[in-house]
Design a protein around this ligand. Structure first.
Ligand code: SF4
Length: 200
């Protein structure tokens, strides 16, 4: 398989990088974004247990979700290898509380913005050491290859989730001043991109 051609690493002063990075992220249609310290992230076993109780109805159906994505302890150790985190949220309209179609459309729009942010970080800033965590199971393929017992079809692009990693997004959002909920008839999705800049 052809290897992805990577852009050369760029040495960018840290504070300038983050300020301009945040400006770029906001320009991509994200209402709120902030750089957080991954050391402040709280992991909760009960969140992961909610996955295991199949609260979302998708347990065991996705390579990037439990149990295939790995044990919570291993995922926590992986997340702790990162020095920076870009936390952002997108807000989408829904017609009522359980408007599944509206939530699905919001999820697709969120994924689209997420990929634009990843592209920007990689191509403009040369940030390649990245762990991207989205909202819910990976939605790249209509049917995850996991269900056919085949390998992931897009391993370089597949997204795991904050839920699978047992991260307490509500607490993180509160500590950064971001609203967890943006009011009636909206659905809010959070994304977190953990990363190391060159030299870290
Ligand atoms: S890229 Fe496709 S096969 Fe891989 S985890 Fe995502 S949905 Fe599943």
């Amino acid at each position: 398989m052809a290897r992805e051609k990577r852009p050369p690493k760029k040495e960018v002063p840290m504070i300038d990088t983050f300020e301009t990075l945040l400006e770029d992220v906001l320009k991509l249609g994200v209402p709120r974004a902030i750089v957080v310290n991954p050391a402040d992230i709280v992991f909760r076993e009960e969140f992961r247990r909610a996955c295991e109780r199949n609260a979302c109805g998708r347990y065991g159906t996705n390579w990037m979700g439990p149990p295939a994505v790995g044990q919570l302890n291993d995922l926590m150790a992986r997340a702790r290898c990162y020095k920076e985190g870009l936390l952002f949220q997108t807000v989408h309209p829904v017609s009522r509380s359980f408007d599944m179609k509206g939530m699905e459309e919001g999820g697709k729009a969120f994924d689209e913005v997420f990929r634009k942010i990843l592209r920007c970080m990689k191509e403009k800033y040369g940030i390649l050491d990245i762990l991207p965590l989205g909202a819910g199971c990976c939605r790249i393929c209509e049917k995850c290859a996991c269900l056919d017992r085949e390998p992931c079809r897009h391993p370089d692009d597949a997204l795991s989730s904050l839920e699978a990693y047992g991260m307490d997004v509500m607490t993180l959002a509160r500590e950064t001043g971001m609203p967890y909920n943006n009011g009636p008839k909206t659905v809010t999705f959070f994304g977190l991109i953990l990363f190391n800049t060159s030299g870290e």
